[in-house]
Design a protein around this ligand. Structure first.
Ligand SMILES: NC(=O)c1ccc[n+]([C@@H]2O[C@H](COP(=O)([O-])OP(=O)(O)OC[C@H]3O[C@@H](n4cnc5c(N)ncnc54)[C@H](O)[C@@H]3O)[C@@H](O)[C@H]2O)c1
Length: 339
């Protein structure tokens, strides 16, 4: 299969590339990334012999060989460029985005352009280049404050520009299926953690970085706020299934673990793992609660289970071990190879 992964130099994109290359050496992967966050060196970690391709090159379609990985430095806002990038592609996984609530509050226009117009451009590329599947990375943010578990039938009330722009992306996916038969599948990811996340500001990556640097883990407020933490390997399996499972065109899925974990419980699981990794004296402090933080959040994943045949399998401690091992170079665990 020929894959176009936008934002493929980032955290989730590189985990997906690693997974696909392990699964089948024949997968051909083209990455479109503007390198605003991910870098060439980042991509090299998962695809050491990737080839860089220029959008100025004419014969883009034939250039993607079986088993090859290509990088195109380009922006999803370049409507012509993305058409070229999508030539000869079977599946687009659209990950490139403004990825956070805080930057969307700082600059809602930039968030809207990247997440709404960028998604529209990629859907147009799928339409005109005959791409059969389009997998869209959404999040829980479209729903806003609610009584969990979040599920697909809940009415969305986004509280941030990021939630609004992801909701618009979900809407365009549904519309491109309805109007043009593009096989779109939108996935709402939970709080993703795992290897290759050292640049992320999410709580797991931040705690591990702080522990590694000898700093205290700071819990905002009382630590009873809950989230649904999903390990990368589970997440990329869901993306993989969304890319090929028949009968899920035009659908939206919650992709998380179906379980609620408080920040205090996360710390209770993480500190022993850090200790195993040689970080003995990890300090934990409580600071002021963060304004606007959602109190409780987790997802009902029964729709993904019944229609995609998918459910999360990696438990929190195991996932944290893999993450610490990747983010703390000195960590040495006695454990089995990951399946
Ligand atoms: N990480 C999570 O916990 C999480 C949760 C829910 C949803 N998501 C969604 O998953 C997707 C991937 O997130 P991630 O954590 O891998 O983020 P990331 O920041 O690590 O990766 C995003 C990549 O997209 C690239 N990019 C950004 N703007 C671009 C543009 N205009 N054109 C081309 N490339 C561009 C960046 O350079 C980066 O390499 C995003 O759509 C995000 O909103 C992530």
């Amino acid at each position: 299969m020929k894959w176009l992964i936008t934002g493929g130099c980032g955290f989730i994109g590189r985990n997906l590339i690693r997974h696909l290359r392990k699964e089948d050496e024949q997968h051909s992967i083209r990455v479109l990334d503007n390198l605003s966050v991910g870098t060439r060196a980042d991509l090299e970690r998962v695809a050491p012999s990737y080839e860089e391709l220029s959008l100025a090159r004419d014969e883009i379609e034939e250039s993607l060989e079986d088993g090859g990985v290509q990088l195109i430095e380009g922006d999803v806002l370049d409507a012509n460029g993305v058409q070229k990038a999508a030539t000869g592609i079977d599946v687009i996984v659209h990950l490139a985005a403004n990825t956070g609530v805080a930057p969307s509050v700082d600059d809602p226009r930039h968030d809207c352009e990247t997440n709404v117009i960028g998604t529209l451009n990629m859907l147009e590329a799928a339409r005109h280049q005959g791409v059969s599947r389009f997998v869209f990375a959404s999040s829980g943010a479209p729903i806003g404050e609610c009584d969990p578990p979040i599920h697909e039938e809940m009415a969305p009330h986004p509280k941030s520009p990021y939630g609004a722009s992801k909701l618009a992306g979900e809407g365009y996916c549904s519309a491109y299926y309805g109007s043009f038969d593009i096989e779109t599948v939108a996935l709402r990811f939970g709080n993703v953690y795992g290897p290759l996340s050292s640049h992320k500001s999410s709580v797991v990556a931040k705690f591990i970085r702080r522990a590694r640097d000898g700093k205290a883990l700071e819990i905002y407020g009382d630590g009873h706020q809950t989230r649904d933490y999903i390990f990368t390997e589970d997440l990329v399996r869901a993306i993989r299934l969304a890319a090929t499972t028949p009968g899920v065109e035009g659908e939206l899925f919650q992709i998380a673990t179906n379980s609620e974990t408080s920040v205090n419980e996360l710390v209770d699981a993480l500190v022993p793992v850090l200790r195993e990794a040689g970080l003995e004296d990890v300090e934990v402090t409580n600071t002021e609660p963060r304004v606007g933080d959602v109190r409780r959040n987790y997802s009902d994943t029964s729709k993904a289970q019944s229609m995609l045949g998918w459910e999360a399998q990696v438990d929190l401690t195991e996932g944290l071990r893999h993450t610490v091992e990747d983010l703390v170079p000195s960590a040495e665990f006695e454990r089995q190879e990951m399946v």
